[in-house]
Design a protein around this ligand. Sequence first.
Ligand code: NAD
Ligand code: UFG
Length: 358
Amino acid sequence: MLENFMKSKILVTGGAGYIGTHTCIALYEAGYDVVVYDNLSNSSREAINRVSTLIGQTIEFIESDIRDAEVLKQVFASHEFFGVIHFAGLKAVGESVSKPLLYYNNNVGGTITLLEVMAEYNVKNLVFSSSATVYGDPENLPINEGSPRSCTNPYGQSKLAVEYILEDLAISDNSWNLIALRYFNPVGAHSSGQIGEDPNDIPNNLMPYISQVAVGKLDKLSIFGNDYPTVDGTGVRDFIHVTDLAQGHVAALNYLEQRTSSINHSDMTKPVGFLPINLGTGKGTSVLELVFAFSDVSRQAIPYQFTDRRAGDIASCYASADKAKTLLGWQAELSIADMCRDTWRWQSMNPNGYTKVV
Ligand code: NAD
Ligand code: UFG
């Protein structure tokens, strides 16, 4: 039914992952044609199968590593891409501290290989997954895109390094159009309950930890610190529903399509260059507020205890989302209750993630 409206073809690296799967659905619904490229290092074929079921057609999937230039070249030679959404990367902060070379090799080296192949095939439109982590411990809240950048761990440094590379690339050649979307804290799951976040091990992040306590896989949540200068002493973050985040990628691509078509037809339009944009709600929620909201929605008790602060954590972090609204016409729509409800649906329907369905 959507074929008649089929727009451009997009390569989605890391498209089998948490944010990638949700974005593939949003892209398909917006009429984009999608090719997923993923080495499945942190995801599964089952996730791709479920995306295909949800959109009612088989998604084209290439199982390979972005560091493999030869495979990438074959893919670019056999498709005509408008652009690339580049999710592929490793994301565990703690692991990045013990395996920095792996993180730099994969996240920075992999991105350089991808950019080289894009240049060779003259595909110069990119949406990159950056992170609010590039702001370090912010001086001012809400955080806008002009805030100073600094990072304290190899994962964050790898995101920052890629941002610098993209900036230099845009300066070197103004035919590149490079958007870095700085995500705040993505949570939630698809409203079908069929796809969601599936951590490999004991979760590092708050929402999957809470949901695994709720479903009985973990005994109790440790809340890292209750003496921060916040509303209730616990950390404050800008949680954003992954479905809203996915729509932000569609908005970024639409923006690139409009801008590149007007560049082609008017000398008056400036190139996009390197464009960083926050994707957040603009609202802060504390750890305790999220625990209570999840408990309300799921009607499950979430036992918790306060423990010491986690090394490297900051007190508060939330976005100014004005730039996304002004430039992309995008803003987050879904509430904290929606995020908890959809996480709970995914968790309770798939207590063991993609590996076992009940
Ligand atoms: P994810 O791990 O679920 O997805 C990443 C995908 O990339 C996985 O499917 C993995 O198999 C794939 N991948 C990793 N290295 C690859 C390689 N060398 N070649 C091919 N595929 C590779 O993570 P996610 O939460 O969906 O995050 C997507 C992107 O967004 C990542 O770059 C991450 O750093 C960034 N990000 C995530 C968050 C978050 O909290 N989830 C916050 C800010 C930024
Ligand atoms: N927290 C707990 N207990 C837990 C897990 C987390 O109390 O078991 C607290 C943390 O101390 C923090 C808040 O919950 O105050 C959020 O922690 P997360 O680990 O969920 O998220 P972070 O804000 O630390 O980091 C996340 C991603 C990073 C990303 C950053 C900004 O993990 O990769 O958001 O996008 F860079």
